[in-house]
Design a protein around this ligand. Structure first.
Ligand SMILES: NC(=O)c1ccc[n+]([C@@H]2O[C@H](COP(=O)([O-])OP(=O)(O)OC[C@H]3O[C@@H](n4cnc5c(N)ncnc54)[C@H](OP(=O)(O)O)[C@@H]3O)[C@@H](O)[C@H]2O)c1
Length: 323
């Protein structure tokens, strides 16, 4: 049978932007329970940068010990169903869909196959592919942390570090939606729009120490891992909690012994739970309670520039590769 080719981003090994290239590879063939999706957009995330670096080493237990197991990176996607397997019931060719492959990767390619019973959803008509593709990064992570790792009680004071990033900008909106009084930390250039999405107060980390107040916060959500429990403890109330989605061996060990320090890898949750959380987020977005903040869009050919941008640590919300 004649093999059809597609364009895909490929990893040549663990490392940096130099380990990314565009290649023609065989288009995947749809199995009985799968959808073949023509991918329109896939986010390039900070988590992708970490996974591509192969650091910390323990993360290689999931991504491959000596080289990346999955040569095509990317977990978030939005696109159009091209073909469905014979057992597929809920989707048809032409449907606009979005979702997350989690540890299956493979989303940064022109085509992707994904089983129908995983994290794939019909895309609301008024949501652009570029925005839909990003649901599984910032929003899903922030929702998991703010509703499952802790439960915000209305009126609680929350400090969000990295509030202008992907996870942070979602956390600002979701914390506000849950009734928190939100203080957001980012540089001055982002203050206007971060207030616009729900922050009551903003702090510029370049001119002010965000941890200088005592017993000011019930929760510190360190979305980019720039602080630590020890550093933030003085500004936490006596039972206050430090949450961070940024993996380090130290945070993992500390969280086992101190219930006030919390970390989780969102993608490792059961599929059913991830599905429920994604559906709650779609409802919230559709009712106007959640915006996906978009930074630059890149073509596959400029993937190394996308990597440099994201790894630089100053993106605004989400960066997307469009195919
Ligand atoms: N555990 C999980 O389930 C999970 C899931 C997804 C992601 N993650 C992790 O979550 C982390 C956050 O990802 P992200 O995409 O949200 O990051 P990001 O978008 O790259 O964050 C960048 C933002 O952080 C701000 N910033 C930089 N330095 C700062 C500082 N010292 N204080 C306050 N703000 C600062 C920047 O603002 P300025 O430009 O204004 O400086 C920029 O807008 C990553 O490490 C990722 O791997 C974890």
């Amino acid at each position: 049978m004649l093999e059809i080719e597609m364009k895909a981003i490929r990893l040549t090994g663990y490392g940096n932007h130099k380990n990314l290239k565009v290649e023609k590879i065989p288009r995947p063939q749809v199995k009985k329970d799968e959808l073949l999706i023509r991918v329109m957009a896939s986010p390039f995330t900070r988590a992708d940068v970490h996974m591509m670096s192969g650091k910390p080493w323990v993360s290689r237990l999931f991504t491959g010990l000596f080289a990346p197991k999955h040569k095509t990176p990317g977990t978030g996607f939005s696109g159009i169903v091209e073909q469905v397997g014979e057992d597929v019931q809920q989707f048809s060719p032409g449907d606009e869909v979005f979702g997350e492959t989690t540890l299956g990767f493979g989303a940064m390619a022109e085509y992707l196959c994904i089983p129908e019973n995983t994290l794939v959803f019909k895309k609301p008509k008024d949501l652009a592919h570029q925005a839909a593709a990003c649901f599984g990064d910032g929003p899903l992570t922030a929702w998991n942390f703010l509703t499952r790792l802790t439960q915000i009680v209305p009126g609680q004071k929350v400090l969000i570090l990295g509030a202008s990033g992907s996870v942070g900008s979602a956390a600002v909106q979701l914390a506000r939606h849950l009734g928190a009084v939100v203080t957001a930390v980012c540089s001055e250039k982002n203050h206007g729009w971060v207030k616009g999405i729900g922050a009551h107060r903003v702090i510029d980390y370049r001119v002010e120490n965000p941890f200088s107040e005592t017993e000011a916060y019930d929760l510190v959500f360190d979305a980019i891992g720039v602080g630590s429990f020890k550093q933030t403890k003085p500004c936490l109330t006596p039972k206050g909690i430090y949450l961070t989605p940024v993996f380090s061996f130290a945070v993992l060990c500390q969280s086992l012994f101190n219930k006030r320090i919390r970390f989780a890898a969102t993608g490792l949750n059961k599929k059913e739970l991830l599905k429920q959380m994604m559906m709650a987020l779609i409802d919230l977005q559709q009712s106007g309670g959640l915006q996906l903040i978009m930074d630059t869009q890149y073509t596959p050919e400029s993937i190394q520039d996308a990597h440099r941008h994201v790894a630089g640590g100053h993106k605004k919300g989400n960066v997307v590769v469009h195919f």
